[in-house]
Design a protein around this ligand. Structure first.
Ligand SMILES: [Zn+2]
Length: 186
């Protein structure tokens, strides 16, 4: 095909660099701006690397609260996905390949997930200020304070009745027990 004048090795849609995976997803001018933007949100410095997995590692090691499905690992996945999507659009002559467009797609997608109730507090707990800046609010799970419960014997002349009951389902085998106590715990 190349002999017939059709280029097989295409050029990067952002800067006419010879296209390859590392350039498209990591090092191209437009792409690099996307990584810079999102990493800066999470106070992560941009790794100087040609390996995509280093971007995931940067996210993973940046907080003790990453966990499964953490936003620090989701965003790199979304970035790669929308770079790929927009690159394909550009290939078919739909629009341009720009930093802002990729950032907007990622942000819009996160917004869609949020409105579909697909984002959880635990995914964002390492960076709630970013969530709020992006209009994502969670009702934080309220931790109830542990309360010390202690049995106290009744005063002299009084009796205390403690009861307990259990049933095996509705109308199943049931049992109940009770205990009377006086002030000597007798
Ligand atoms: Zn480029």
């Amino acid at each position: 095909m190349r002999e017939k004048g059709l280029p097989i090795v295409s050029q990067c849609p952002c800067c006419f660099h010879k296209e390859n995976v590392s350039h498209l997803f990591l090092q191209g001018v437009a792409t690099r701006g996307v990584w810079e933007y999102f990493l800066a949100q999470f106070n992560i410095s941009l790794p100087n690397t040609t390996y995509l997995q280093h971007m995931f590692r940067a996210g993973r090691s940046s907080s003790p609260f990453v966990g499964h499905g953490g936003i620090r690992l989701l965003i790199p996945t979304f970035i790669l996905w929308f770079i790929w999507e927009i690159w394909n659009e550009v290939k078919h002559n739909h629009g341009r390949f720009t930093t802002n467009k990729i950032i907007r797609r990622v942000r819009e997608y996160i917004g869609l997930l949020y409105h579909a109730h697909r984002l959880r507090f635990e995914q964002w707990r390492s960076k709630l200020d970013v969530a709020q800046a992006w209009g994502i609010f969670f009702i934080q799970p309220r931790l109830s304070k542990p309360k010390v419960v202690r049995w106290v014997p009744p005063d002299m002349g009084w009796y205390k009745l403690n009861t307990i009951g259990a049933a095996n389902g509705n109308l199943g085998i049931a049992s109940a027990g009770d205990l009377f106590w006086d002030h000597r715990r007798g």
